[in-house]
Design a protein around this ligand. Structure first.
Ligand code: PMP
Length: 285
Protein backbone atom coordinates (compact mmCIF):
# COMPACT_ATOMS: atom_id res chain seq x y z
CA UNK A 1 0.00 0.00 0.00
CA UNK A 2 1.47 3.35 -0.98
CA UNK A 3 1.77 5.88 1.79
CA UNK A 4 -0.82 8.66 1.93
CA UNK A 5 -0.21 12.08 3.43
CA UNK A 6 -2.93 14.44 4.61
CA UNK A 7 -2.40 17.94 3.35
CA UNK A 8 -4.97 20.64 3.92
CA UNK A 9 -8.17 18.68 3.62
CA UNK A 10 -7.00 15.91 1.30
CA UNK A 11 -5.23 12.57 1.53
CA UNK A 12 -2.80 12.31 -1.37
CA UNK A 13 0.11 10.03 -2.24
CA UNK A 14 3.44 10.86 -0.60
CA UNK A 15 4.78 12.06 -3.99
CA UNK A 16 1.85 14.44 -4.48
CA UNK A 17 2.12 15.93 -0.99
CA UNK A 18 3.99 19.11 -1.85
CA UNK A 19 4.31 22.54 -0.32
CA UNK A 20 4.66 26.02 -1.75
CA UNK A 21 8.28 27.23 -1.63
CA UNK A 22 6.93 30.59 -0.44
CA UNK A 23 5.36 28.96 2.63
CA UNK A 24 6.64 30.80 5.69
CA UNK A 25 6.97 27.46 7.45
CA UNK A 26 9.83 26.76 5.05
CA UNK A 27 11.17 30.31 4.64
CA UNK A 28 11.19 31.23 8.35
CA UNK A 29 10.34 28.12 10.38
CA UNK A 30 7.03 29.87 11.01
CA UNK A 31 4.73 27.10 12.18
CA UNK A 32 4.11 24.50 14.86
CA UNK A 33 4.10 20.72 15.08
CA UNK A 34 3.51 17.60 17.15
CA UNK A 35 5.09 14.14 17.18
CA UNK A 36 2.55 11.54 18.30
CA UNK A 37 2.75 7.77 18.86
CA UNK A 38 0.24 5.18 17.71
CA UNK A 39 0.05 2.03 19.84
CA UNK A 40 -2.15 -0.88 18.80
CA UNK A 41 -3.97 1.33 16.28
CA UNK A 42 -4.82 3.90 18.98
CA UNK A 43 -3.45 7.44 18.85
CA UNK A 44 -1.65 7.86 22.18
CA UNK A 45 -2.55 10.93 24.29
CA UNK A 46 -4.39 12.22 21.26
CA UNK A 47 -6.37 15.03 22.91
CA UNK A 48 -3.34 16.19 24.89
CA UNK A 49 -1.23 16.46 21.72
CA UNK A 50 -3.96 18.35 19.88
CA UNK A 51 -4.39 20.70 22.86
CA UNK A 52 -0.64 21.42 22.89
CA UNK A 53 -0.64 22.00 19.11
CA UNK A 54 -3.41 24.59 19.41
CA UNK A 55 -1.64 26.25 22.37
CA UNK A 56 1.61 26.44 20.38
CA UNK A 57 -0.35 27.96 17.47
CA UNK A 58 -2.06 30.45 19.78
CA UNK A 59 1.31 31.48 21.20
CA UNK A 60 2.60 32.35 17.72
CA UNK A 61 -0.72 33.88 16.65
CA UNK A 62 -1.38 31.26 14.00
CA UNK A 63 -5.07 30.47 13.51
CA UNK A 64 -5.43 26.79 12.61
CA UNK A 65 -8.10 26.55 9.88
CA UNK A 66 -9.99 23.66 11.48
CA UNK A 67 -11.52 22.82 14.84
CA UNK A 68 -9.81 20.51 17.34
CA UNK A 69 -12.40 17.79 16.71
CA UNK A 70 -11.89 18.08 12.93
CA UNK A 71 -8.14 17.78 13.57
CA UNK A 72 -8.64 14.67 15.71
CA UNK A 73 -10.77 13.12 12.93
CA UNK A 74 -8.16 14.00 10.28
CA UNK A 75 -5.40 12.34 12.34
CA UNK A 76 -7.51 9.20 12.92
CA UNK A 77 -8.35 9.01 9.22
CA UNK A 78 -4.69 9.34 8.17
CA UNK A 79 -3.63 6.60 10.59
CA UNK A 80 -6.39 4.29 9.36
CA UNK A 81 -5.82 4.95 5.65
CA UNK A 82 -2.14 4.07 6.09
CA UNK A 83 -2.88 0.91 8.08
CA UNK A 84 -0.65 2.11 10.94
CA UNK A 85 -0.92 -0.09 14.03
CA UNK A 86 2.28 0.85 15.85
CA UNK A 87 3.73 4.02 14.44
CA UNK A 88 4.41 7.69 14.68
CA UNK A 89 2.54 10.74 13.43
CA UNK A 90 4.07 14.05 12.43
CA UNK A 91 1.44 16.77 12.52
CA UNK A 92 2.57 20.13 11.12
CA UNK A 93 0.81 23.46 10.71
CA UNK A 94 2.63 26.09 8.68
CA UNK A 95 1.88 29.80 8.40
CA UNK A 96 1.11 29.31 4.71
CA UNK A 97 2.36 30.87 1.48
CA UNK A 98 3.12 34.54 1.27
CA UNK A 99 5.46 37.11 -0.16
CA UNK A 100 9.06 37.38 0.99
CA UNK A 101 9.39 39.16 4.31
CA UNK A 102 8.30 38.29 7.82
CA UNK A 103 4.94 40.04 7.75
CA UNK A 104 2.30 37.43 8.61
CA UNK A 105 -0.41 39.65 7.10
CA UNK A 106 1.08 38.81 3.69
CA UNK A 107 0.52 35.08 4.14
CA UNK A 108 -2.56 32.98 3.51
CA UNK A 109 -3.68 29.34 3.60
CA UNK A 110 -1.93 27.82 6.61
CA UNK A 111 -1.10 24.24 5.64
CA UNK A 112 -2.09 21.31 7.83
CA UNK A 113 0.10 18.28 7.13
CA UNK A 114 -0.32 14.86 8.74
CA UNK A 115 2.24 12.13 8.09
CA UNK A 116 1.59 8.69 9.57
CA UNK A 117 4.70 6.51 9.45
CA UNK A 118 6.91 4.42 11.71
CA UNK A 119 9.92 5.53 13.74
CA UNK A 120 12.92 3.97 15.46
CA UNK A 121 14.64 6.78 17.27
CA UNK A 122 17.37 4.95 19.18
CA UNK A 123 18.83 1.46 18.68
CA UNK A 124 17.42 -1.35 20.84
CA UNK A 125 20.83 -1.67 22.53
CA UNK A 126 20.32 1.72 24.24
CA UNK A 127 17.10 0.58 25.92
CA UNK A 128 18.93 -2.49 27.27
CA UNK A 129 22.30 -1.07 28.23
CA UNK A 130 21.50 2.64 28.62
CA UNK A 131 22.62 5.80 26.88
CA UNK A 132 25.93 7.57 27.46
CA UNK A 133 24.94 11.23 27.45
CA UNK A 134 27.02 14.38 27.10
CA UNK A 135 26.30 18.01 27.95
CA UNK A 136 26.10 20.31 24.92
CA UNK A 137 27.76 23.71 25.00
CA UNK A 138 24.70 25.06 23.15
CA UNK A 139 22.28 26.29 25.82
CA UNK A 140 18.50 26.04 25.46
CA UNK A 141 16.81 29.10 23.94
CA UNK A 142 16.29 31.90 26.46
CA UNK A 143 12.57 31.63 27.34
CA UNK A 144 12.30 35.39 26.97
CA UNK A 145 13.39 35.05 23.34
CA UNK A 146 11.41 31.99 22.31
CA UNK A 147 9.46 29.93 24.81
CA UNK A 148 10.48 26.28 24.77
CA UNK A 149 6.84 25.52 25.56
CA UNK A 150 6.02 26.37 21.94
CA UNK A 151 6.66 23.32 19.78
CA UNK A 152 7.62 25.42 16.80
CA UNK A 153 9.24 24.65 13.47
CA UNK A 154 12.33 26.47 14.77
CA UNK A 155 14.40 23.51 16.01
CA UNK A 156 17.88 24.81 15.22
CA UNK A 157 18.65 25.35 18.91
CA UNK A 158 17.98 21.65 19.48
CA UNK A 159 19.66 20.51 16.26
CA UNK A 160 22.91 22.29 17.16
CA UNK A 161 22.95 20.53 20.53
CA UNK A 162 22.11 17.19 18.89
CA UNK A 163 25.07 17.61 16.50
CA UNK A 164 27.34 18.06 19.53
CA UNK A 165 25.97 14.83 20.98
CA UNK A 166 26.48 12.91 17.77
CA UNK A 167 30.03 14.31 17.38
CA UNK A 168 30.76 13.01 20.89
CA UNK A 169 29.27 9.58 20.15
CA UNK A 170 25.93 10.16 21.95
CA UNK A 171 22.58 10.18 20.13
CA UNK A 172 21.28 12.85 22.52
CA UNK A 173 22.70 15.87 24.32
CA UNK A 174 21.84 17.49 27.62
CA UNK A 175 21.02 21.18 27.36
CA UNK A 176 21.37 23.66 30.21
CA UNK A 177 19.31 26.83 30.36
CA UNK A 178 20.54 30.43 30.42
CA UNK A 179 20.97 30.13 34.21
CA UNK A 180 23.23 27.09 33.90
CA UNK A 181 20.53 24.76 35.24
CA UNK A 182 19.57 21.45 33.65
CA UNK A 183 16.75 22.05 31.17
CA UNK A 184 16.17 19.04 28.92
CA UNK A 185 17.76 17.20 26.02
CA UNK A 186 17.54 18.17 22.36
CA UNK A 187 14.32 16.21 21.89
CA UNK A 188 13.63 14.54 25.24
CA UNK A 189 12.90 15.49 28.85
CA UNK A 190 15.19 14.33 31.66
CA UNK A 191 14.59 12.76 35.08
CA UNK A 192 16.86 11.62 37.88
CA UNK A 193 16.17 9.24 40.76
CA UNK A 194 17.85 10.07 44.06
CA UNK A 195 17.10 8.18 47.28
CA UNK A 196 13.87 6.84 45.77
CA UNK A 197 12.59 10.31 44.75
CA UNK A 198 12.07 11.27 41.10
CA UNK A 199 13.21 14.76 40.14
CA UNK A 200 12.78 16.65 36.89
CA UNK A 201 13.10 20.32 35.90
CA UNK A 202 9.83 22.26 35.98
CA UNK A 203 8.37 24.18 33.02
CA UNK A 204 10.02 27.37 34.33
CA UNK A 205 13.44 25.83 33.55
CA UNK A 206 12.70 26.64 29.88
CA UNK A 207 11.63 23.19 28.69
CA UNK A 208 8.99 21.71 26.48
CA UNK A 209 6.48 20.22 28.89
CA UNK A 210 6.61 16.76 27.42
CA UNK A 211 3.47 14.65 27.39
CA UNK A 212 5.53 11.50 27.99
CA UNK A 213 7.09 13.32 30.95
CA UNK A 214 3.65 14.08 32.35
CA UNK A 215 2.48 10.50 31.81
CA UNK A 216 5.60 9.08 33.52
CA UNK A 217 5.16 11.48 36.46
CA UNK A 218 1.59 10.23 36.88
CA UNK A 219 2.60 6.56 36.61
CA UNK A 220 5.42 7.11 39.14
CA UNK A 221 3.08 8.79 41.64
CA UNK A 222 0.54 6.00 41.23
CA UNK A 223 3.35 3.55 41.93
CA UNK A 224 4.04 5.29 45.23
CA UNK A 225 7.08 7.37 44.27
CA UNK A 226 7.49 10.98 45.31
CA UNK A 227 7.97 13.14 42.19
CA UNK A 228 9.43 16.63 42.42
CA UNK A 229 9.67 19.33 39.77
CA UNK A 230 12.69 21.31 40.90
CA UNK A 231 15.88 23.07 39.85
CA UNK A 232 18.52 20.53 38.87
CA UNK A 233 22.18 21.22 38.31
CA UNK A 234 24.58 18.95 36.45
CA UNK A 235 25.96 18.10 39.89
CA UNK A 236 22.59 16.50 40.74
CA UNK A 237 22.89 14.23 37.72
CA UNK A 238 26.48 13.26 38.55
CA UNK A 239 25.44 12.20 42.07
CA UNK A 240 22.07 10.67 41.06
CA UNK A 241 21.28 6.99 41.58
CA UNK A 242 19.56 6.77 38.19
CA UNK A 243 18.75 8.93 35.20
CA UNK A 244 16.39 8.52 32.26
CA UNK A 245 14.89 10.45 29.36
CA UNK A 246 11.30 10.62 28.11
CA UNK A 247 9.77 11.58 24.78
CA UNK A 248 7.03 10.47 22.40
CA UNK A 249 9.46 8.96 19.94
CA UNK A 250 12.05 7.95 22.57
CA UNK A 251 9.54 6.60 25.15
CA UNK A 252 11.63 5.91 28.33
CA UNK A 253 15.41 5.72 27.83
CA UNK A 254 17.85 4.77 30.61
CA UNK A 255 20.92 7.04 30.86
CA UNK A 256 24.02 5.44 32.38
CA UNK A 257 26.61 8.21 32.18
CA UNK A 258 26.95 11.94 31.69
CA UNK A 259 30.12 13.48 30.30
CA UNK A 260 31.98 10.19 30.77
CA UNK A 261 30.99 9.91 34.44
CA UNK A 262 28.94 6.89 35.47
CA UNK A 263 25.55 7.60 37.03
CA UNK A 264 24.85 5.28 39.97
CA UNK A 265 26.01 1.79 39.06
CA UNK A 266 26.60 2.81 35.44
CA UNK A 267 23.74 0.55 34.33
CA UNK A 268 19.96 1.05 33.87
CA UNK A 269 18.54 1.31 37.40
CA UNK A 270 15.59 -0.57 38.94
CA UNK A 271 13.24 2.44 39.16
CA UNK A 272 13.94 3.34 35.53
CA UNK A 273 13.26 -0.22 34.40
CA UNK A 274 10.06 -0.40 36.46
CA UNK A 275 8.77 2.86 34.97
CA UNK A 276 9.82 1.83 31.45
CA UNK A 277 7.80 -1.37 31.80
CA UNK A 278 4.80 0.40 33.34
CA UNK A 279 4.88 3.07 30.64
CA UNK A 280 4.88 0.42 27.90
CA UNK A 281 1.93 -1.31 29.56
CA UNK A 282 0.02 1.99 29.94
CA UNK A 283 0.71 3.01 26.32
CA UNK A 284 -0.61 -0.31 25.03
CA UNK A 285 -3.58 -0.52 27.43
N1 PMP B 1 11.70 18.30 24.70
C1 PMP B 1 11.82 18.60 23.40
C2 PMP B 1 12.69 19.73 23.00
C3 PMP B 1 11.11 17.87 22.43
O1 PMP B 1 11.21 18.17 21.14
C4 PMP B 1 10.30 16.79 22.86
C5 PMP B 1 9.52 15.99 21.84
N2 PMP B 1 10.35 15.28 20.98
C6 PMP B 1 10.23 16.49 24.22
C7 PMP B 1 10.93 17.29 25.12
C8 PMP B 1 9.38 15.37 24.73
O2 PMP B 1 8.02 15.72 24.60
P1 PMP B 1 6.87 14.64 24.37
O3 PMP B 1 6.99 13.67 25.49
O4 PMP B 1 5.60 15.41 24.42
O5 PMP B 1 7.13 14.00 23.05
Amino acid sequence: MSQKVYITGKLVSKEEATINVYDHGLLYGDGVFEGIRVYGGKVFLHEEHIARLYESALAIRLPIPMSTSEMIDAVEMTVKENGIVDGYIRLVVTRGGGSLGLDIRKTSDPQVIIIADTITLYPEEIYKNGMKLITASTIRNHPGALSARIKSLNYLNNILAKIEGIDAGSPEALMLNHKGEVAECSGDNIFIVKDGVLKTPGPDAGILEGLTRNAVMKIARESGYEVKECVLLRHDIYIADECFLTGSAAEVVPVVSLDGRDIGEGAPGPVTLELLEKFQAFARS
